[in-house]
Design a protein around this ligand. Structure first.
Ligand SMILES: C[S@@+](CC[C@H](N)C(=O)[O-])C[C@H]1O[C@@H](n2cnc3c(N)ncnc32)[C@H](O)[C@@H]1O
Length: 345
């Protein structure tokens, strides 16, 4: 059986303290089960020459397609096949990168969800959705209903998706709009930007942004475009914005129940993610296609996994990845975990 060693991004070790290899192993297990049809065996952390790897065996030499799928792992840095005599032979990775990943790394701000973790959350959520089998051939559409300054929107764009975001904080909304439009201009990508007031009961209650862009004028002419739709509103109003099931996946890093919440609307600010979820979930679920998956990360110090899983079930979702293998420490006030659930077909 061919054996492989996956070298992790050095940043992963800083991000997850000592847990990088364990998290990567958990992500790889999900990918193996859902995307690689269980073709990898004995997935386990290994130290080779004093460096952390994830080691695994494959039933046969991995195909180009399987290497491409594996290449999207959030911490994947380099892949090697392990020869019988122990030598490591490089296998070229080919991750999906529709856009430059500086889109994800340029912005730095307090409260940003780490981009590598965001990619992990995408990967395990996409792996559970019934609508992702034809990706990257088909352009998927993904919603982040608490999108902050858009780390997950940007990850979705790098994956080639159309992305939608809802964010209550006007400062975060404005910051994302300014950043993204500047980024498009810097890249000289052909684009159109529309901003509109958001009215409810005759009053302006927020803003809306729609951006259509393509990497070059040929793609733009051929309507091979990507769309970003961002709403500055309370996510509990999601049902107003999406009356039909259009999303292949929903992804959110929920408010941690500590600082960095909205300053503009203290009424909607929450220290209890379960109250927000309880009020918002039906709107989000209504916007998901049957079979679509929702992936949520949250602070386990303010909400226990069992309670969250129970809440998702109460709203008609089928929870998956329920074992806490993704739990990791972010700082003294935040221990983060993720849960994935599916809307029944
Ligand atoms: C953990 S942060 C997400 C950060 C984001 N992933 C990023 O990297 O910028 C959670 C976000 O949820 C937003 N939020 C909290 N309550 C909300 C509500 N009722 N409606 C919409 N957004 C809300 C907060 O303003 C915050 O930006």
């Amino acid at each position: 059986m061919p054996a492989y060693a996956l070298l992790l991004r050095p940043a992963a070790n800083r991000l997850y303290s000592k847990g990088a290899a364990a998290l990567n192993q958990a992500e790889l297990s999900v990918l193996n089960e859902r995307v690689l049809n269980g073709s990898l065996y004995a997935v386990e952390p290994a130290v080779i020459g004093g460096v952390d790897y994830v080691r695994f065996s494959a039933a046969e030499t991995m195909s180009t397609d399987d290497v491409a799928r594996l290449s999207n792992l959030s911490s994947a840095f380099a892949l090697f096949q392990i020869e019988d005599d122990g030598r490591l032979v490089p296998v070229a990775l080919a991750p999906v990168a529709h856009l430059d990943d500086d889109l994800l790394t340029i912005q730095r701000y307090k409260g940003k969800t780490n981009e590598q973790f965001t990619k992990l959350l995408f990967n395990v959520t996409l792996a559970a959705s019934a609508h992702t089998a034809d990706w990257p051939t088909r352009r998927l559409r993904v919603l982040d209903p608490a999108c902050g300054r858009g780390t997950s929107l940007n990850q979705g764009l790098v994956y080639g998706f159309d992305v939608d975001g809802i964010e209550i904080d006007r400062v975060a909304y404005d910051a994302y709009r300014t950043f993204f439009v500047t980024w498009l201009k810097d890249k000289r990508y052909k684009h159109q930007v529309h901003t509109m007031p958001l009215r409810r009961d005759g009053k302006v209650v927020g803003r809306r942004l729609e951006v259509v862009f393509a990497r070059d004028k040929h793609e733009y002419k051929a309507d091979d475009v990507q769309r970003v739709r961002l709403v500055n509103d309370d996510t509990r109003q999601a049902g107003d914005h999406y009356r039909k099931p259009v999303f292949d996946a929903v992804i959110a890093d929920l408010p941690y129940g500590v600082q960095h919440a909205s300053r503009t609307r203290p009424d909607a600010r929450t220290r209890r993610p379960e109250a927000l979820l309880d009020a918002a979930l039906d709107g989000w679920i209504g916007a998901m296609k049957p079979g679509a998956a929702i992936g949520l990360s949250w602070n386990t110090k303010v909400l226990a996994r069992d309670e969250l899983v129970e809440l998702l079930g109460r709203h008609g979702l089928e929870p998956r990845t329920g074992d806490g293998s993704f739990e990791h420490r972010v700082d003294h006030a935040i221990t983060r975990d993720l849960v994935v659930a599916v809307k029944p077909e």
